[in-house]
Design a protein around this ligand. Structure first.
Ligand SMILES: [Zn+2]
Length: 176
């Protein structure tokens, strides 16, 4: 799968947010520059889903071992996500993940510029001595408030539940 400049900038934000440490085992990569490649930007729903590919709630920093372990144990991963986000935010994320969103090349340029800006802002805070977690702003997907309604109502049954056909999302974690 393509790795665009927007993905790289987003990944830098996700890892910096976590203070360059694994969000499961807390191993720090801050003073381990040569090994930075070992800290992954792990997507909860795979990058194939454009609607959440650059969503701050949809990615975490995981070391290679945790990334692999959770990728192989989707039920444990799913539980970890719910604990990490809280069940309400996890539900909202799942809702967004099931939206169909068309991203243009122009959007991707905007996304890359947005996350490069956010990353610079976070680095400036670090330079001023900020330690620990730093939140960052997500790229605004919907500029037109009229388009905020999810387009895939067909995936929600009459009880308001998502159809099971798409429940494999969490398993795509090793996607990246
Ligand atoms: Zn770890």
């Amino acid at each position: 799968m393509n790795r665009w400049p927007s993905d790289i900038a987003f990944s830098q934000c996700v890892r910096e947010r976590a203070d360059l440490s694994c969000e499961r085992c807390e191993r720090s990569y801050r003073h381990d520059g040569a090994n930075m490649m070992g800290l992954h930007c792990s997507h909860l729903f795979g990058r194939r889903r454009a609607s959440v590919r650059w969503d701050p709630d949809n990615a975490v920093a995981h070391c290679f071992s945790c990334h692999q372990y959770l990728g192989e144990n989707p039920r444990i991963f799913s539980r970890w996500i719910t604990e990490y986000l809280g069940s309400e935010r996890a539900d909202e994320l799942e809702f967004r993940a099931n939206e169909i969103l068309k991203i243009t090349e122009r959007d991707r340029e905007d996304i890359a510029a947005h996350y490069r800006r956010e990353h610079r802002r976070m680095l400036a805070l670090r330079a001023q001595g900020t330690i620990g977690r730093i939140e960052f702003e997500g790229w605004v997907t919907y500029l037109d408030p009229l388009v905020q309604v999810p387009k895939q109502f067909s995936q929600i049954d009459s009880d308001g539940n998502f159809s099971q056909a798409d429940s494999g999302g969490m398993v795509e974690a090793l996607d990246d």
